[in-house]
Write a protein that binds this ligand. Sequence first.
Ligand code: TXA
Ligand code: MG
Length: 512
Amino acid sequence: METIIKKIDRNNIDQESIEQAGSILKQGGLVAFPTETVYGLGANALDEEAAKKTYAAKGRPSDNPLIVHIARLEDLKEIVTEIPEIVQDIADHFWPGPLTMIFHKNDKVPLGTTGGLDTVAVRMPDDEIARKLILAGGGCISAPSANTSGRPSPTTAQHVADDLSGKIEMILDGGSVDIGVESTILDLTVNPPMILRPGAITKEMLEEVAGEISVDETLISENSTKAPKAPGMKYRHYAPKADLIIVEGEPDESIKAIKQIAYEQVRLGYKVGIIATNESIDQYTTGMIKSIGSRENEKTVARNLYKVLREFDEEEVSYIYSEAFPEAGIGTAVMNRLGKAAGHHVLQASDITRLQKYRRIVFVSNSDNCRAPIAAALLRRQPLLQEYQILSRGMIVLFPEPLNPRAEELLKAHDIVLERFETSALDEKILGEDTLVLTMQESQKQKILSEYPDAGDVYTLGEYVGNMQEIASVYGQTEEQYEEMYKLIQENVVKLAERLNKEAKNKCQTYT
Ligand code: TXA
Ligand code: MG
């Protein structure tokens, strides 16, 4: 079947397209449409055959019930046996909006729509296109998220087309959705009402209006052996194709941990994706890095979540590592969906970071224009099992200068060119417990130790690799002496790489 895709301008909704879509629904066909949460796959909720088509198009197990979407409160009475008193207040506050409520259904609603249950989930969406379509389609429209079962929910019409093109009659393209994660589901057939799926309407917001609200325990405890009360929550839903792993911890710790894992995975030949934030994106160096938005704004994170997961599917990465996000407001829903997408595979950042001792290696010479930059250049060419920021610094550098021309020539003779190199002075900011400082001579080491008592690990390069010979300056000396100095540095650096790798080796694991 050829799927019709119609662009709809939200500021000027074309009634003719809505009528066309409505008549497809009335004839038992399927129309995908935008809602404020995610795109839905609409069908006539009161038509058993239409429900069957919905399950077939999504490839969804038919015991997973659909949500019935209405646009007028009076339509609720048409499909449920009773409306608890509290519903009026809740609806006044949150309908239309991203809240689904569960009621006892009446006979008008076929069991095909409710997956065999005698309850029915009902939502009144806020999106104007959705509301107009629901009315045009007869008033009660079932709409699961318009994705292939098991994939991340669609937040754009393109996502819908990617999954369902050729399987459904029509897609109304109303642009990107606003919220990005599915509605909160509140079960009103139990007392107190119970949240079965977190969403943009939080427990706190509901409690302000409706008093005590409980939460399905399977949402709280990852290891619960019970089945979740919303049948759909039991599936490994919202899942990208790659293995997704959440790295929990303080933001800085998580970034270090993810960098560490990504470096190793890439070295082992895997394609790795990283879910970063605007705050962290510049700190990552390896892998395919995507920002999900600002850590400060959980709404943006929610809006981008499924899009980012889908983008990684296209890149065919093997692993995706994600930072964890604050659980404030809609953050609870974000972490719920991310957790499900990850199959609850969560690593503690500190368990990872303690497996790497140093993250920065700084070579120090007097003026940073010959020995130290040569050592840094040579270490960068070594196969290292863990990632280090490799720098060179000088004890006395008054202003930035290029490499000493003799050193430049020497490097060139060994096929090494340092692009845009400038000398820099040692600065306290780069010292600390993550940093290994390696000086050329004892004199520089002593000076650092006396000037910076908190410098952390400071050794001469020779001392660190068990080779007691100092690397003296050859400034103004012969070509042979330069060459000898180069060889000595090279020998030391090879030993250094061996030592670093030996220490890393016992600790490396695949982190998956
Ligand atoms: O935001 C949303 O709710 C979106 C948009 C399109 O409105 N729809 C959506 O539908 O997320 P769907 O089918 O992807 O998810 C419906 C969830 C499933 O987890 C399902 O098990 C649960 O609602 N559900 C539906 N009827 C239920 C019922 N009677 N009892 C318990 N859970 C129910
Ligand atoms: Mg869904």
